[in-house]
Design a binder for this molecule. Structure first.
Ligand code: NAD
Length: 485
């Protein structure tokens, strides 16, 4: 493993530039993102336009033949050194991540550690050819070949993990890569690009920052072979439409409205300790946070009271507060969207179990909202139907298995779902009936670089991570050999 001394020093407080062909690349115009904990403007970053996109695609295309000609082991070696170089710079990256994403220390540190491990573990994966038939007459093999230039379009909630979680599989399989961070959180991505420039051959990894007009320049570009997009379902549909004109390959990781079903045989005190963070982690701004909690009517009151106590214990604070567990909403646009949902509380006469309308937060700097639980609202209320993507969620009562499965599945979303019970077989049986890309029993957050992650229905197309994710970065080729004329 590398130490800080093995790698040139990165300046994490200035000189944020695009990385194209391993060189820092500026743009005539710049823009700034906002620290959501303080609402102060952060550093200037490039405002990329068509010419920057063309240059990035062109160098990535030029680098592709030599990069794909390397063996898996050689490309994995680069990824291993990249993970070491990131690790050597982890404290600077952590500070930056706290500022740009509004993450408390624990969340920023956790994201970076998981992301570094993700790069290291991904490097161990290999796709083998599938030998389908091998007779005296002929042989049929299925191969998985890299596509060319891949672009990762990334949201603001996990800017490091989601970016590296695409970069690793893309370059391991022999593609070259362009990272497009969210305009709300471009800083760690640009510095991770600067670190990549010290490790990879020129043209293998590019990072370009810009405003909301930048993503469409990539989805329209004829030189891009594959788009891997993570973001909202609404934008995902636009991406799919834009990719159609050039028949680009695509993976879409989209929104969620994850249901969690609690049976009446659980140890309430134990389970609420686990459910609390899984519902409110990063102030509800995780695609697979628990967003609809269905609790069996026999334990409903006891469970709700205990859950409220856990959620009340979460300290809300900015990136600089070492005791904070929940940070602010990441940007003003999202803040206004979530506040609009809070404003429904009075209008719809929802019962508030804890939290409530954010009167106390108004007037203070930072996009903070009180963690809020709505007690058994109607199934058709906005808080149940929509993905809030903020620290507010419903707890709902159920009594019949068929009915709760129907309610859990009654949504266009299908990212994750979980079932909690001491009877594992019963819970697994119920989990099989849930329409979601991941199901968990007695958990909701298990993730691994070895296991694919993605959504059903409007929560996604294709999957990231694991061998399934690697294959998503490849064209499948059927290879036939006739042994006899
Ligand atoms: P978003 O859809 O607004 O933006 C995502 C990215 O797409 C950004 O980089 C943005 O600049 C870019 N973009 C915007 N318009 C584009 C267009 N027309 N063409 C190409 N790119 C475009 O999403 P967000 O607000 O940044 O993120 C929150 C959403 O992401 C939530 O719905 C959340 O559930 C989802 N999400 C999903 C996963 C997952 O793995 N399924 C993970 C994290 C977040």
């Amino acid at each position: 493993m590398g130490s800080a001394a093995d790698f040139p020093k990165i300046d994490f407080t200035s000189n944020f530039q695009n990385i194209i062909n391993n060189a820092l690349s500026s743009t005539p115009e710049t823009r700034q993102a906002v620290d959501p904990s303080t609402e102060e403007l952060l550093y200037h970053v490039p405002l990329s336009k068509q010419a920057d996109v063309d240059k990035a695609v062109s160098v990535a295309k030029a680098a592709f033949p030599a990069w794909k000609a390397l063996s898996y082991d050689e490309r994995a070696g680069y990824l291993g050194r990249y993970a070491d170089a990131i690790e050597a710079n982890v404290s600077g990256l952590q500070e930056l991540l706290m500022k740009e994403a509004g993450k408390p220390v624990s969340n920023a540190a956790g994201e970076l550690q998981f992301a570094i491990a993700h790069v290291r573990e991904t490097a161990k994966l290999r796709i083998e050819d599938d030998l389908i038939e091998d007779t005296e007459e002929r042989r049929a093999t299925v191969r998985y070949l890299p596509m060319g230039v891949g672009v990762g379009i990334i949201p603001w909630n996990y800017p490091v993990l989601l970016g590296l979680g695409k970069l690793g599989p893309a370059v391991l399989t022999g593609n070259t890569f362009i990272w497009k961070p969210s305009p709300f959180s471009p800083y760690t991505a640009l510095k991770l690009g600067e670190i990549a420039a010290q490790i990879f051959p020129p043209g293998v990894v590019q990072v370009l920052s810009g405003d909301e007009s930048l993503g469409p320049l990539f989805t329209a570009h004829p030189g891009v072979a594959k788009i891997s997009f993570t973001g909202s379902s609404a934008t995902g549909k636009k991406v799919m439409q834009a990719c159609a004109s050039t028949l680009k390959r695509l993976t879409l990781e989209l929104g969620g409205n994850d249901a969690s079903i609690i049976y009446d045989d659980v140890d309430v005190a134990q389970v609420v300790q686990k459910i609390g963070p899984m519902a409110f982690m990063h102030s509800g701004q995780i695609c697979m946070d628990i967003k609809r909690l269905y609790v069996h009517e026999k334990i409903y009151d006891e469970f709700l009271a205990a859950f409220v106590q856990v959620v009340k214990s979460f300290k809300v604070g900015g990136g600089g507060d070492p005791e904070a567990f929940l940070g602010p909403v990441q940007n003003r646009m999202q803040f206004e969207k979530v506040k609009d949902l809070y404003s429904e509380i009075g209008k719809q006469k929802w019962q508030v179990a804890t939290g409530g309308e954010p009167v106390a937060c108004d007037g203070k700097k930072g996009f903070f909202l009180p963690p809020t639980i709505i007690d058994n609202p109607p199934d058709d209320s906005r808080i149940v139907v929509e993905e809030p993507f903020g620290p507010i969620m419903p707890v709902l009562k159920w009594s019949d298995e068929d009915e709760v499965v129907r309610r859990a599945n009654n949504t266009n979303m299908g990212l994750g779902a979980s079932v909690w019970s001491n009877d594992i077989e019963k819970a697994e049986r119920l989990a099989r009936r849930l329409e979601a890309g991941s199901t968990w029993v007695n958990s909701h957050f298990e993730l691994s670089p070895y296991v694919p992650f993605g959504g059903h229905k409007w929560s996604g197309v294709g999957m990231d991570w694991g061998i399934v994710g690697l294959k998503g970065w490849c064209n499948t080729q059927a290879s036939w050999v006739r042994k006899k004329f």
